[in-house]
Design a protein around this ligand. Structure first.
Ligand code: AMP
Length: 213
């Protein structure tokens, strides 16, 4: 089955659009950020090793991420994967290419979601997440009916520590230095699909659905 990676700066909407895309096409959504946060919340050994990197807005070392993903992905998934937030460095991307030989895992394309820094900073700093069902809200663009509470399950809404403005700026810098080089990497392989993700969710999703076969 087809596998895709979603690429783009923090806050561009990778998680939201990947979840919707997977729903629409019956694919499996794999978010490395969600996997790492679940480990941190569970207080596992892996969670303890990665906590510092995640909360500072830096990247978790490649060997830890690659161990996690190499155990997780298989080449013969019936549904195909949407990789959300992975690969994030050239080293990770090269190891994903090598998985074609080892486990038969192939990326059809990297889907690059694009929006300006100002847009992504506004989206991230206003983002709130339900502790219960993980639904996301935005204080300005999609607030809950009752402040601080989830519309779906009445769970408490919280702000991710790394969504505070200073850490968001650091995550953007990390993106520019370490992840943006992947754009040329996939472009050179003729496997990049560019999507303008600067509008509202419905418009961005329509653009995505139209451009991805
Ligand atoms: P995200 O939810 O995708 O914004 O990821 C949150 C944080 O998890 C990032 O700021 C990194 O610290 C870490 N992380 C997620 N995916 C990766 C990855 N592929 N490589 C390294 N660190 C990652």
């Amino acid at each position: 089955m087809a596998n895709y990676a979603f690429l783009g700066p923090p806050g561009v909407g990778k998680g939201t659009l990947a979840a919707e895309f997977c729903n629409a096409r019956g694919m499996q959504h794999v978010s490395t950020g969600d996997l790492l946060r679940a480990e941190i919340q569970a207080g596992s050994e892996l969670g303890c090793r990665v906590q510092e990197f995640v909360s500072s807005g830096g990247l978790v070392p490649d060997d830890i991420i690659l161990d996690l993903m190499e155990n997780f992905l298989t080449g013969d998934s019936d549904t195909g994967y949407i990789l959300d937030g992975f690969p994030r460095t050239i080293e990770q991307a090269e190891r994903v290419e090598a998985m074609a030989e080892t486990i038969g895992f192939r990326l059809v394309a990297a889907i690059l979601l694009e929006a300006s820094d100002q847009i992504v900073v506004d989206r991230l700093t206003g983002r709130r997440i339900c502790r219960g069902c993980k639904a996301t809200y935005h204080l300005s663009f999609g607030p809950p009916q009752q402040a601080g509470l989830c519309d779906k399950c009445s769970g408490e809404l919280y702000q991710r520590g790394d969504d505070q403005e200073e850490t968001v700026r650091r995550r953007l810098e990390v993106y520019r230095n370490q992840t943006a080089p992947l754009i040329d990497f996939y472009d050179n392989l003729n496997r990049i699909i560019r999507i303008d993700a600067s509008s509202d969710k419905a418009t961005n999703f329509a653009a995505l659905s139209e451009k991805v076969p």
